[in-house]
Design a protein around this ligand. Structure first.
Ligand code: PLP
Length: 385
């Protein structure tokens, strides 16, 4: 028999998606995989129905339907403070997942090194390997969430690109302008491209503020900003994302994207234009909703005496399980699902370092789901060994 590709030999299946399957088997309240259990805005469902009855059922322009790119350029120009040209600066993709892969293949050749902060969203290591690159990890201090600029500088020597997830999944870290400035200096010093994953750009809890790396002096020309409609409009299944970059890069990203997927779903692009035109009040409401959900979960955990971090952005919280006597956080999560009835993700799936005392919960859930999870988490102490 011929041997299939060795490229994915080191991959396991996604631990996050595996935990969702465990939740389905055990009936656990699923706070593992990060997607909402509530509906998207009603206006979006309406335009989706209209799109279904409309004419857009075939390939859109590969780099994105004209109306979608125009609406996205207008919205992102407002938030980023850059004058984006829908004809030059945008490639519409199947989610940020494809955007990150297409961005990586735009700038990286086999054998190149790519700097990744650890902990990291699990796709990045795989993206680097699939594009033939070698990930080089820079740890974020588990207590302060900060990186050591010297370590970053060392990792960047001879590298081709750096990935920045801001706000971060899983830690909820929001990079400060000063930290981004340090990253920009390193990018200039070592002539790196930057690939950012900013899917949580609108979920940043005050007093923290979101800064787009591409907007720092000198960074536009070397940055590919990846984003998505998945989280902002609660439509993770629509698979709509994008790369924003200068023309000399989007020209290449368009080609990669064309051969990877041809295009994002045409009727869904059509329907989502409505969302991209939502007024500023929508984003204020979104943030207020997630702020309240974060408080609900964190206050509940505090009442139960469960130790956790305080996310600055995104919709995840890391819970410390070091007092429970488990060596293996996956085993803890399996027990948590089967015996306590709550699904979580083992923290080790996000870390390069041997960290196994954390689990990740998420709070993109209806309040009653969060209350149900907290009720069950009252039994978490029974897992102590
Ligand atoms: C940091 C990060 N990037 C990307 C994604 C996936 O985004 P999309 O649905 O746009 O592919 C997720 C989903 O959880 C995420 O947390």
């Amino acid at each position: 028999m011929p041997q299939p590709s060795a490229r994915t030999a080191g991959f396991t299946d996604s631990v996050i998606r595996r935990m969702t399957r465990v939740c389905l088997e055990t009936g656990a309240v699923n706070l593992s995989q990060g997607f909402p259990d509530f509906d998207p805005p009603a206006a979006l469902i309406e335009t989706l129905k209209q799109a279904a009855g409309g004419t857009e059922h075939h390939y859109a322009i590969t780099w994105g339907a004209q109306t979608f790119r125009e609406a996205l350029a207008a919205k992102q120009s407002r938030f980023m403070g850059i004058d984006l040209d829908p004809e030059q600066h945008i490639v519409v993709t199947c989610g940020s997942t494809e955007a990150m892969m297409a961005a990586m293949m735009t700038v990286v050749d086999p054998g190149d090194k790519v700097v990744v902060f650890s902990p990291f969203y699990e796709n990045y290591g795989a993206d680097a390997i699939l594009s033939g690159a070698e990930p080089v990890y820079v740890p974020l201090d588990p207590h302060t969430d900060q990186f050591d600029p010297d370590q970053l500088d060392k990792a960047a020597r001879g590298a081709k690109a750096i990935i920045v997830c801001n706000p971060s999944n899983p830690t909820g870290k929001v990079f400060t302008p000063q930290e981004l400035q340090t990253i920009a200096q390193v990018a200039h010093r070592h002539d790196l491209f930057a690939i950012t994953d900013e899917v949580y750009e609108h979920i940043v809890f005050p007093p923290h503020r979101h800064t787009y790396l591409a907007t720092l002096p000198g960074m536009w020309d070397r940055t590919l900003t990846c984003g998505s409609l998945s989280k902002t409009y609660s439509i993770t299944g629509w698979r709509l994302g994008y790369v924003i970059a200068p023309r000399h890069l989007t020209e290449i990203t368009r080609k990669v994207h064309d051969f990877l997927t041809v295009g994002a779903p045409a009727p869904l692009q059509e329907a989502a234009v409505t969302a991209l035109r939502f007024p500023p009040a929508y984003y204020q409401q979104l943030l207020a909703t997630y702020n309240a959900k974060r408080d609900l979960l964190l206050d509940g955990l505090d009442r139960l005496g469960i130790t956790h971090n305080t996310p600055q952005g995104a919709y995840y919280v890391l819970v410390d399980i070091s007092g429970y006597g488990y060596q293996d956080d996956l085993e803890f999560c399996e027990d948590l699902a089967a015996k306590v009835g709550v699904g979580a993700v083992p923290g080790s799936s996000f870390f390069r370092e041997p960290v196994n005392h954390l689990i990740r919960l998420h709070f993109a859930k209806r309040d009653e789901t969060l209350h149900a999870a907290l009720e069950r988490l009252a039994d978490m102490p029974t897992l102590r060994r």
